[in-house]
Design a protein around this ligand. Structure first.
Ligand code: FPP
Length: 254
């Protein structure tokens, strides 16, 4: 048991947050929501909110890493985000590239493995090139996996996966008898990853927004009113502390 002390005074006593280091979620997935509202509150353009959101990633990744979280999945661009104004879409494409260019060396030194889920074949070439470089550079790293959902939609992922199954079925690589929940998971973008133990959505919204639809079957949801750019290690620890008080039964009984 490791004790973290929140330095904010509450009722004249130091609020103590205890985390059970034996029960740290292996996989945390985050919907990085509230960037637009964060910017609006400051009379800034929405893209500045996304930029501030990008800065929050480092803080949260660092905390996940030091707590022993193995996978951090971040929703950076959904299959529905193409409906946003062209300038905002372009800014989001460029931000991912900027993030990878700026951070890749440090991430690599920290043994972070970059992974991508989503259909990046539909993103601009400059994104695909930068992503390919980051994936290649960090492919042998054994530390935390930073899994970025980019042009990702849960329904799109399931349809793309079913198409791959159909191809394999046509070629005789899989039979009807072999097709089940376990074998289907090998066709998903998240192949080889554990399902998220916890899905965090800041900014007060409480919906799944086409995120990890297959994988979230038994994920614990955690919502907070903080906008993503203000999310930090303390907020993450609060989320994990709440998670540790949940009774996960996976449909069974205890
Ligand atoms: C949702 O907030 C956020 C997004 C659609 C984009 C998230 C992207 C980043 C944090 C930066 C780039 C990512 C990486 C991995 C470098 P919103 O715009 O819907 O906020 P609102 O609901 O307040 O308008």
């Amino acid at each position: 048991m490791v004790k973290f002390f929140n330095n904010k005074q509450k009722n004249n006593s130091i609020e103590e947050l205890e985390l059970d280091m034996e029960n740290i979620p292996k996989h945390i997935a985050i919907i990085m929501d509230g960037n637009g509202r964060w910017a609006k509150e400051r009379k800034l353009p929405r893209t500045m909110g996304h930029r501030a959101g990008m800065a929050a990633i480092k803080k949260v990744l660092k905390e996940c890493n030091s707590l022993g979280v193995r996978y951090l999945t971040l929703y950076a661009f959904s299959t529905e985000n193409w409906k946003r104004p062209k300038d905002e879409v372009n800014a989001l494409m460029k931000l991912l590239v900027e993030f990878l260019r700026k951070e890749i060396n440090e991430l690599h030194e920290e043994n972070v493995r970059i992974s991508i889920i989503g259909d990046i074949t539909k993103t601009p070439d400059f994104c695909q090139e930068e992503i390919a470089m980051a994936l290649d550079k960090t492919k042998d790293n054994t530390g935390i996996v930073l899994n970025v959902a980019f042009n990702y939609g849960g329904r799109d992922e399931i349809i793309r996966s079913i198409k791959k199954v159909m191809e394999d079925y046509k070629e005789g690589k899989i039979t009807l008898e072999e097709f089940n929940e376990k074998s289907f998971e090998n066709y998903l973008d998240t192949k080889g990853m554990p399902d998220p133990d916890m899905i965090i959505r800041p900014s007060g919204e409480q919906r799944i927004s086409n995120y990890l639809l297959w994988q979230c079957a038994y994920s614990e949801f955690w919502y907070s009113n903080i906008n993503w750019p203000d999310f930090d290690g303390e907020a993450l620890k609060k989320a994990i502390s709440d998670y540790q008080n949940r009774d996960r039964r996976f449909g069974g009984v205890k």
